[in-house]
Design a binder for this molecule. Structure first.
Ligand code: 6PG
Length: 480
């Protein structure tokens, strides 16, 4: 037994994570892949890593020092269960199995429940940062037992990204907490990407600027409060020219966005939890709409706005879009954190919101200067009820909301689809409204289904006898 940690699954993420682990002082990494060619290639290409190459589960498990630690990096789904059962049948109490894939947290909860009676620790860990992050330092969101984190914490800290001197890893909570938080990370990622895409579309359609010119705008934005990985790569993508046609690459990419499911999970769980993550939902739906070519073809001739819309002042419009993007982004993150709070309550996790903001500051796809502000907001007030109400964000919205409203109005007028911008603004206005028309909805529900309502002026539950004399009755004794 020569290795202190092992990695199963030598696709790009697994290989890169194994190389990252191997590059840290004191680590010897055992590697295994179902088809041994991949392992041989990796080990051949990276002799400096000193990998222990193995070609069977028996060999892999035998190569690990006890207590054993193995990280599974295979595509989430059935494959994960198969690998887990191979390891569980060979592991002993005290050993640790980490699932570093994008597993559904409900699967992680189930797996942990099945495995923990054996004394083996099962840890679902969200790992963000794509291929480069896995190699150079990802943001890591481990769940599982606190006991397993005593062993895992130092190893994961050594390979994680560093933000202001702190490694981007924390014990998120028990069982599926890590994969839950990774799921919400991805939901926010979807919203952020959609918002950026809408900003691009508004500027392109509104001003006729070329993708390369818009790339310059994004690069400029990346020097200010919007500074983030996603803004940075947006500039790179927009600047790219297609070698075959000489066109901007963005103009030759088919406009149908794919998805592997984590965004949809975020929304599905938010629906179950009753948390309005409208920005994330619109981002998921925008991808769905884009990927329905038959419907889009059938709708191509539908009427749009009659007049041509152009901003009076292009520079002012671009600045409005920037501010609207910032405001909408605040809402997307605020909604994501709401879901984390609701999930923690539902599943019994103690998740520290400030710690999550901190481990997202570097390494992950949504890393951004902005995350420092969120971390600050939660450190100033750990019980903050809704992120957008923190003083910094309240001021930020105060300074941007006129722009936000102008942009959403202009988009509607011009017929440019901005589902994420528009829904974020609607959410914001709904949230701050002193009275909502939900009162009328309650009245309608009571009318057709005797679903009852509460009153603003006294406790109790009431029903109006709509099909009788329309007097009001109290349907359950009021509690004072
Ligand atoms: C990350 C990414 C990563 C992956 C997503 C993309 O945090 O490193 O989120 O997990 O890129 O799965 O998701 P879609 O393919 O659904 O866009």
């Amino acid at each position: 037994a020569a290795a202190n940690i092992g990695v199963v699954g030598m696709a790009v993420m697994g290989s890169n994570l194994a190389r990252n682990l191997a590059s840290r002082e004191g680590n010897t990494v055992a590697v295994f892949n179902r088809s041994p060619e991949r392992t041989r290639t990796l080990v051949g290409e990276h002799p400096e890593a000193g990998f222990v190459a193995t070609e069977s589960y028996d060999e892999f498990v035998a190569s690990l020092a006890k207590p054993r630690t193995a990280v599974i990096m295979v595509q989430a789904g059935k494959g994960t269960d198969a690998v887990i059962s191979e390891l569980v049948s060979r592991f002993e109490p005290g050993d640790i199995i980490v699932d570093g894939g994008n597993a559904n947290f409900l699967d992680t909860i189930r797996r942990e429940k099945e495995i923990s009676p054996s004394g083996i620790h099962f840890v679902g860990a969200g790992i963000s940062g794509g291929e480069e992050g896995a190699l150079k330092g990802p943001s890591i969101m481990p769940g599982g037992s606190a006991e397993s984190y005593e062993t895992l914490g130092p190893i994961l800290s050594s390979i994680a990204a560093i933000a202001e001197g702190e490694p981007c890893v924390t014990h998120v909570g028990t069982d599926g907490a890590g994969h839950f938080v990774k799921m919400v990370h991805n939901g926010i990622e979807y919203a952020d990407m959609q918002l950026i895409a809408e900003a691009y579309d508004l500027i392109r359609q509104g001003t006729g600027k070329s993708p390369a010119e818009i790339a310059d705008i994004f690069a400029e934005w990346n020097t200010g409060e919007l500074e983030s990985y996603l803004i940075e790569i947006t500039a790179e993508v927009l600047r790219q020219t297609d070698a075959a046609t000489g066109q901007p690459l963005v103009d030759v990419i088919l406009d149908q966005a794919g998805a592997k499911g984590t965004g949809a999970w975020t929304v599905q769980n938010a629906l179950d939890l009753g948390v309005p993550v409208s920005g994330i939902a619109e981002a998921v739906f925008a991808r769905s709409l884009s990927s329905r070519p038959a419907q889009r073809a059938a709708a191509r001739d539908l009427p749009g706005p009659s007049g041509d819309w152009r901003p009076d002042d292009e520079d002012a419009f671009v600045e409005d879009v920037r501010r609207a993007l910032y405001a909408s982004k605040i809402i997307a993150y605020s909604q994501g954190f709401d879901e984390i709070v609701a999930g923690a309550e539902q599943f019994g996790w103690e998740i520290k919101k400030g710690d999550i903001a901190k481990i997202w500051r570097a390494g992950c796809i949504i890393r951004a200067r902005f995350l420092n502000r969120i971390a600050d907001a939660y450190s100033d007030d750990p019980e903050l009820v809704v992120l957008v109400s923190a003083p910094y964000f309240r001021d930020a919205v105060a300074g941007t909301q006129d722009s936000w409203r102008r942009v959403v109005a202009a988009a509607a007028y011009a017929g440019i689809p901005t589902p994420a911008f528009s829904s974020s603004l609607a959410y914001y206005d709904g949230l701050r409204a002193p009275r909502l028309p939900a009162a009328l909805v309650q009245g309608q529900r009571d009318f057709f289904g005797a679903h009852t309502y509460k009153r603003v002026d006294k406790p109790g539950v009431f029903h109006t006898l709509w099909s009788g004399d329309r007097t009001e009755i109290e349907t359950s004794p009021s509690s004072h």
